[in-house]
Ligand binder design. Structure first.
Ligand code: DC
Length: 225
């Protein structure tokens, strides 16, 4: 008997470039759980809208597209209408687009069930902004994963440079600050630290340390009451 609901859910929410994705993927692998990158869904929607010349401010049309969105994740790659679009959705432009389409309550409602469908046995690790607050409020463990904005900007900068792309630290920092503000100040499902979430600040921690903290916290939460 565990005191967490089944299929288990570990919710990892936090701001952009906090390392949620890498941490969540490793935690999922450790427990043999499925993984939901909810930000990728918003990115896929932003990309689908861009392809169809629909403005990221057009809530009604976006909600219609969201309701019919044909997406799939396989081996770490993202697919839209059967086409692999991982690199297209990972751009700074689609990150901004995702943050813009995500402000509309109609869009969030249209994507709610899509995200809940990822909860399958034996469990799921989901990362995003509202996984613990809206998508899976009964998650067995909720984590607020964050880091100083300058640290996140430096990590994003290094990531782009390592990929052989050009990067401007000041621009990245300004963009992250703007995105933090939009994601946390919006009316619908804003990013916030929940009272029942553990705070994990990775400013002075590496991925492995963060992963271990979450693994231990979930084991503890799952112990016989
Ligand atoms: O995690 P990410 O940077 O890939 O997410 C891109 C944007 O999508 C983010 O700036 C806000 C939005 N998002 C959201 O509103 N809710 C989620 N659960 C996940 C992402």
């Amino acid at each position: 008997m565990t005191n967490t609901t089944f299929p288990h859910v570990i919710a990892i929410d936090g701001p952009s470039a906090s390392g949620k994705g890498s941490v969540a993927e490793r935690v999922a692998k450790y427990f043999g759980f499925h993984y939901l990158d909810s930000g990728a869904i918003y990115r896929l929607l932003a990309y689908a809208a861009y392809q169809q010349n629909v403005a990221w401010s057009d809530a009604r049309t976006l909600a219609e597209i969201a309701a019919k969105l044909d997406i799939k994740f396989e081996n770490g790659e993202a697919y839209l209408n059967g086409e692999q679009v991982s690199t297209h959705i990972r751009t700074e432009q689609m990150g901004k687009g995702a943050s813009e389409v995500a402000v509309h309550p109609e869009v969030r409602t249209a994507l709610l069930q899509t995200q809940r469908n990822f909860r399958q046995t034996p469990g799921l690790v989901g990362d995003g902004r509202d996984i613990g607050s809206v998508i899976f409020p009964d998650a067995g463990l909720k984590v607020f994963l964050t880091a100083a904005v300058e640290t996140r900007a430096k990590r994003r900068y290094d990531q782009l440079i390592n990929r052989g792309e050009t990067a401007d630290y000041d621009l990245i920092l300004a963009d992250l600050q703007q995105r933090d503000l939009r994601d946390s100040q919006r009316a619908a499902a804003p990013l916030k630290q929940l009272p029942d979430a553990i705070l994990l600040d990775t400013t002075d921690k590496n991925i492995e340390q963060a992963v271990n903290i979450i693994i231990e916290a979930f084991k503890k939460a799952s112990q016989t009451a």
